[in-house]
Structure formats: structure tokens, C-alpha cells
Design a protein around this ligand. Structure first.
Ligand code: PHE
Length: 349
């Protein structure tokens, strides 16, 4: 039995040469050490071995087992190291290769237009104040002199949030919020999102962006003339120095007198076309002198203070300026669309 074991060991070690492949090593392991391998077979024959010799044989079996296992482990380790070295040598890294391009994000076109507009106002001395989207009836309507039964308060137009709150239907709440906190002189623009229960369509969206602007100072210091000056300056800076501008009298509860401002249709330059319904003009904003009741609502004495306010949507000018013909594109966030406006603000693509 002892000779038989020595024979198994010798044969196994002969085969476990330094150059043995993975498969060869595995074949030896299964044949000798496997569950029905040669060593197991030998152990089965133990019954025939005289009692006195059994411990020595058992020891020998274990010793051979350990010896072979160690040899196999060592050979496998060598194989693994060799494979690693080879793959490192083959897959040499060229650190001078250009890297994979990381797609760069862009500012949304509406935000770019908004920022350009704000820049113009800032250049005229206005400061920018953000107010809130979720508002109460007082700041969105009541303080702005909306009569209690004004149609704009109807659920039809305004999203009600519950608990007496609503989503602001215009940025005019910015006038109230700022004037509640700070005393004139004030020259402020309030950009922000507004919400109305409109269907999303080519020309309208239930969520849109507005810029509110206002200027307040002591009576006599700020007139309708300043309002016209600021707006004409802004419109010519934004749409171009030749842009035709006209003021039409209008009505808003929170301004008196009120006006709407039209600019020459950008497409036909005033000649009249389908887009401007052959009028040659496009309505662009609302404005007026702040109503005395609005000043009273923020505890300013209208005998003492006076000012103007204006407000307009950003998406429509953005459509005109960018030559986009469908408002919905601004809100779908399709990268194929957004990627077409790489550097409006002069930044890199
Ligand atoms: N809030 C008005 C609107 O949403 C615009 C406006 C603002 C008009 C300020 C006059 C003064 O249509």
C-alpha cells in the first residue's frame, strides 16, 4: 500500500511540471485528489491494512494530499501572475490618447433669454429679486387691487393649492412682497414662473416665465415718461435699435393709467403678415403707473410715493428671438432641441 501511494505521488509530481497548463493541473487534481480520485480509492482499501500500520498509512495519505495541494496552488498562482503580466504588456495604456468626450450641459434657451433680459435691466440700475411661486390671495390679487369678483380670481384661471394658497398667476406679487419689506426708492425686477390653467399649445403653456419690474420713489420723481423711457430702452436693447414700439392705453386693476406695449412684428417689420394678423404689431407687455390702492396695501402713502410697474412673459419673446415656432418645445426637454442653442450667452458650446 505504501508503494502504491508513493507511486501516485511520483506520477502526480511528474505531471505537475513548471510548464503545466491550467487544464493539465486541473486534470491531475481531479484524478488524484477528487472525490473518487486515486487517494480516496486507496483509503477505501484501508480495511485490508493491518491495524498497526493504519496510522502511518493515514499520515502518508494526508502528507501526500497536502504536498500535492500546495504544489497545485503554487502552479496556479504562477499561471495567474503570468497571465496578468502578459495582459499588462499587451494592453499598454497610451496616456496621450484623447479622452472620451463628456457631453457638456447647456443653459436652457428660455433661461438664457431671461438672463439676457435681466442683464439689460441691471445695466439700467435695477436690482433682481426672486419672490415666491406659491402665494396667497392677498399678494396675488387683493393687494393688487383686484375687486373681489374679478374673473382672474376664478378657479378657471388660477391653480389653487389648498389652505388658501395658490400658484401665482403673474409675477406682480413681487411688487407687493418687495414693497412690504423695503421702503422706496426702489428699482427692482422680479423674474419667475407663473401658472394659469391654460392648455399647453403652440403659443401658450400652463407654466411660463415672466419678468415684473417696478420703480417707486417720492411723488414727482417717477413719471409715465420714465416708464416709457425704460421700456423703449429695454426693447431696443433686446430686439434691436430699429425696433418700432407703441404704447396703447389699456386696463389693469393694479395700474392707473395702464398701457400695453406693442413692437413691430419681427417677421414682417410692420408691413403686416399672418403671424401678426396683418396688423404689423405684436403685443409684448403690460405696464402703468402703480395704482394708489396698491401703494396703500403695502402701507405707502400715495400722496407721498409714486411709481410705475410693468410685466411681460419671456417665452414668447424667446420664440421670436430664437425663431422657434412651437412653445411646447421649451418644456419637453428633448436634448436634440436644447442642443441647438449652444452659446447664446457667448459661452463655449
Ligand atoms: N401682471 C400683468 C400680466 O400678467 C402684467 C403687468 C404687470 C401689467 C405690471 C401692468 C403692470 O399680464
Amino acid at each position: 500500500m505504501k508503494e502504491q501511494l508513493e507511486e501516485i505521488r511520483r506520477r502526480a509530481l511528474d505531471e505537475l511540471t513548471d510548464g503545466a497548463s491550467d487544464q493539465q493541473i486541473e486534470a491531475v487534481r481531479v484524478r488524484v485528489l477528487g472525490r473518487s480520485g486515486e487517494l480516496t480509492e486507496v483509503m477505501r482499501g484501508m480495511r485490508e491494512v493491518p491495524q498497526a500500520e493504519r496510522p502511518a498509512i493515514g499520515q502518508l495519505v494526508n502528507q501526500i494530499k497536502r504536498e500535492l495541494e500546495e504544489r497545485i496552488e503554487a502552479l496556479k498562482l504562477r499561471l495567474r501572475q503570468g497571465a496578468l503580466e502578459r495582459s499588462l504588456a499587451e494592453a499598454r495604456l497610451d496616456v496621450t490618447l484623447p479622452g472620451a468626450r463628456v457631453p457638456r450641459g447647456r443653459i436652457h434657451p428660455v433661461t438664457q433669454i431671461l438672463e439676457r433680459m435681466l442683464d439689460i435691466f441691471v445695466s439700467m440700475g435695477f436690482e433682481v429679486a426672486m419672490t415666491r411661486d406659491v402665494e396667497d390671495d392677498f399678494h396675488n390679487f387683493e393687494a393688487l387691487n383686484f375687486p373681489p369678483d374679478h374673473p382672474a380670481r376664478e378657479m378657471q384661471d388660477t391653480f389653487l393649492v389648498g389652505g388658501g394658497l395658490l400658484l401665482r398667476s403673474h409675477t406682480s406679487n413681487g411688487q407687493i412682497r418687495v414693497m412690504e419689506e423695503r421702503k422706496p426708492p426702489l428699482a427692482v425686477v422680479c423674474p419667475g414662473r407663473c401658472y394659469r390653467r391654460d392648455e399647453l399649445s403652440v403659443r401658450a403653456s400652463p407654466m411660463f416665465t415672466q419678468i415684473e419690474g417696478f420703480m417707486v420713489d417720492r411723488v414727482g420723481r417717477i413719471t409715465m415718461g420714465h416708464l416709457k423711457g425704460v421700456l423703449i430702452e429695454f426693447l431696443r436693447a433686446f430686439y434691436g435699435p430699429e425696433t418700432g414700439v407703441r404704447f396703447r392705453s389699456s386696463y389693469f386693476p393694479f395700474t392707473e393709467p395702464s398701457a400695453e406695449v406693442d413692437i413691430h412684428c419681427l417677421l414682417c417689420k410692420g408691413a403686416g403678415c399672418r403671424v401678426c394678423k396683418h396688423t404689423g404689431w405684436t403685443e409684448i407687455l403690460g405696464c402703468g403707473m402703480i395704482h394708489p390702492n396698491v401703494l396703500r396695501a403695502v402701507k405707502l402713502d400715495p400722496e407721498e410715493f409714486q411709481g410705475f410697474a410693468f410685466g411681460f412673459g419671456v417665452e414668447r419673446p424667446a420664440l421670436l428671438k430664437l425663431g422657434v415656432d412651437d412653445m411646447r418645445l421649451f418644456f419637453e426637454n428633448d436634448l436634440r432641441f436644447l442642443a441647438q442653442f449652444p452659446s447664446l450667452a457667448g459661452g463655449a458650446a
